[in-house]
Ligand binder design. Structure first.
Ligand code: PCA
Length: 320
């Protein structure tokens, strides 16, 4: 009987119009974000009986991380994932993700996203983009080659950066910002092109930084989010049931991604320790310096963004 079933299935799929999308991301296939996307794509394919197939193209192979939003906007690729803070030139409110010491936990990050999401949707819509879901990276900590006592230790060092916010923070610390894509951190360390960085424990693990970097301070500076989005014309061209399947799979992917991020956060901090790194709290005096730096950063940010900053942060601080 099996051959009969196969023939019937083959006939059914030929009769079915099949849409294929590509989804570009700048992160590795093994990254928890990308694995979550792969599951999202598999669920969409299954729920639509193959009517929509999404091919995930990781590792900057289709477009570089920083160019993905533009490429999706221009319809060069149907869908993409990028880190929201890479979009601050076009969508300043996306930078709410990387203001130091505003978000202290996943619960805070969730509240921030609820307040930020309508604004992101609005700014995406005018660009012909439709957000599907967003998932945070684990909290951003500080990786250094030697123990840190104060902010002065960073003067003249080369701090690896991945967006405008990290560049500004490097400057505030008197360090020289060195932009290095996430997937090239290991190489940059081996070539001695960088001394320290602010990123998540999982990024430290993925790049096996323990050869050159001995210390990790869990300063919980911010929780940047990756966002998965699609070209609105491509989305609108789908039949209604397929669109619904995409939206439902995206809702599940968002919930799954947040849980994954939280699990990965503690697993990777333990892994850094297992690999011989010192995982410590920052000295109190240094923490106080960092907080002041964070406040200065916030003031600059609110000034540059204007009223939309209030739309998020007035309720964030006053409506708990
Ligand atoms: N990892 C990415 C972005 C934030 C993070 O935790 C990176 O370091 O580029």
């Amino acid at each position: 009987m099996k051959w009969f079933l196969l023939v019937a299935l083959a006939a059914a799929s030929v009769a079915h119009a099949q849409t294929r999308w590509q989804l570009a991301t700048g992160y590795r296939a093994e990254s928890f974000h990308t694995q979550n996307i792969a599951q999202f794509a598999a669920e969409v394919e299954q729920a639509t009986a193959g009517a929509l197939r999404i091919d995930v193209r990781p590792d900057n192979t289709l477009f570089k991380l920083a160019d993905i939003r533009q490429a999706v906007q221009e319809g060069q690729v149907e869908a993409g994932e990028s880190i929201m803070t890479s979009m601050v030139d076009e969508v300043p409110i996306a930078g709410a993700d990387a203001i130091p010491f505003v978000v202290h936990s996943y619960a805070d990050a969730r509240r921030l996203w609820q307040l930020q999401r309508p604004l992101i949707e609005k700014h995406f819509a005018v660009r012909g983009l439709r957000p599907l879901y967003a998932v945070p990276w684990p909290p951003q900590g500080l990786f250094t080659g030697s123990p840190v006592r104060s902010a002065a230790d960073f003067k003249g060092t080369r701090m690896r950066t991945y967006n405008q916010s990290t560049r500004r923070i490097a400057q505030m610390l008197g360090a020289t910002p060195v932009d290095v894509p996430m997937v090239e951190v290991n190489r940059a360390l081996a070539r001695r092109e960088m001394d320290n960085m602010i990123t998540s424990a999982v990024t430290g693990v993925e790049n096996r930084v323990w050869g050159q970097i001995g210390f990790y301070y869990g300063i919980n500076a911010w929780f940047p989010k990756n966002i998965v989005f699609v070209n609105a014309r491509a989305f609108d061209a789908l039949p209604t049931p397929v669109r619904e399947a995409v939206v439902q799979a995206a809702t599940r992917a968002e919930a799954r991604g947040w849980a994954l991020s939280e699990a990965v956060a503690s697993d990777s901090t333990r892994e850094l320790q297992r690999q011989g790194m010192r995982v410590e709290r920052a000295p109190a005096a240094f923490e106080a310096e960092l907080r002041r730096l964070g406040e200065k950063f916030s003031r600059e940010w609110v000034q540059s963004v204007g009223n939309e900053a209030n739309v998020i942060f007035v309720p964030y601080y006053f409506q708990r």
